[in-house]
Design a protein around this ligand. Structure first.
Ligand code: PHE
Length: 340
């Protein structure tokens, strides 16, 4: 009996385990009801009375040693997250994964960036909280000018100098202030206007504006660039037309209509039976704006344009209510599978 206890003690002190499961196997081998240590305890009955004290002590020592060893092997695995490769079951079916889809506004923004990227435009971004200079004054909005009311502005606290930008034209100014021509940039970003929320308007929306400043930039360049954009975005048979408009920072100014991509120009409720839908504002950069930014308007000319991403997305995907873009209803969002 003594010799068997000795042997088991040696065995137990030499025990090792590579994975948690092995520890459990060892516990079963030695300490379960039929385990080797327990078997010795069962045989203790047959030990002659005069040896009982000594063997009893040895047995208790063995049991404690076995329990301590198992505990210490177990604790070595606690908090370890790596499962050794022999524990991995590569045949186990994977959990169901939803890879997710891009938001439709992101898909369209990325598409606009791609289209202009092909003709050399790069992206610039700027702050959403702006000062009066970059959002208004540098863009030729004189103080108190009614044109400021065209864009119902959110001011920050009581400071009329600090506001949430109403358009990303502010980034045009920041770019022209810091970069010499030639400039060929687009400006995607979030903008804010204090407008009642409806199927066609929101107080937060997204724009992409564009700016090209160089020697001899003409209205013809603007028109050709917009035709290229419209056909890339809405299809090669898209037609455009420009209507005169007004913006303080462009002269002349225009609004661009594209032939309705839904009815193909025949007339439907999206184009209000006119065959045309308006998608952006544009014009030749007013010389005063160039001069405000330190660009000599006697040497350089430029054009600019600006569009709402929501509006383009509504038209492209024939979505009837712009509020759907902001409600995060997965049933709506999952329908857009663009990958860029
Ligand atoms: N900033 C104008 C707007 O937000 C759009 C625009 C940009 C018009 C550039 C002309 C030129 O309405």
């Amino acid at each position: 009996m003594k010799a068997r206890i000795e042997n088991l003690l040696n065995e137990i002190s030499a025990m090792t385990a590579q994975v948690p499961d092995e520890v459990e196997q060892l516990r079963l081998k030695y300490l379960s009801k039929k385990g080797q240590v327990s078997v010795l305890f069962d045989e203790f009955r047959n030990v002659p009375a005069e040896q009982k004290k000594e063997i009893g002590q040895l047995l208790n020592h063995l049991k404690n040693a076995a329990q301590d060893k198992i505990e210490s092997l177990k604790s070595a695995f606690e908090g370890k997250e790596d499962v050794p490769s022999q524990m991995m079951d590569f045949s186990r079916p994977v959990d169901h994964m939803e890879p997710g889809t891009r938001h439709p506004l992101s898909i369209v923004r990325n598409e606009i960036v791609r289209i202009f990227g092909q003709i050399g435009y790069t992206v610039a971004v700027g702050p959403e909280i702006e000062d009066d200079w970059h959002n208004f004054s540098a863009l030729n909005f004189p103080p108190e000018h009614p044109a400021r009311d065209m864009q119902d502005t959110f001011f920050i606290a009581t400071d009329p100098e600090i506001l949430l930008r109403t358009h990303t034209s502010s980034v045009q100014i920041r770019t022209m202030e810091t970069m010499p021509p030639p400039i060929r940039k687009i400006f995607p970003g979030r903008v804010f206007r204090n407008e009642a929320i409806s199927a066609r308007a929101h107080c937060i929306f997204h724009q992409v504006e564009g700016l090209y400043v160089d020697h001899n930039v003409s209205f013809m360049d603007l028109k050709q660039t917009l035709l290229y954009f419209a056909r890339e975005m809405f299809g090669e048979h898209t037609e455009i037309r420009l209507r005169p408009s007004f913006f303080p920072f462009t002269e002349p100014s225009g609004e661009l209509d594209v032939s309705c991509n839904i009815c193909g120009g025949k007339g439907c409720n999206i184009c209000k039976y006119t065959g045309w839908v308006e998608i952006l504002g544009c014009g030749m950069v007013d010389p005063a704006v160039l001069d405000n930014c330190g660009i000599d308007s006697k040497i350089y000319t430029g054009f600019a344009f600006g569009m709402g991403i929501e509006r383009i997305t509504l038209l492209k995907y024939q979505v009837k209510d712009l509020r759907l873009f902001f409600e995060n209803d997965l049933r709506f969002l999952r329908q857009f599978t663009g990958t860029i």
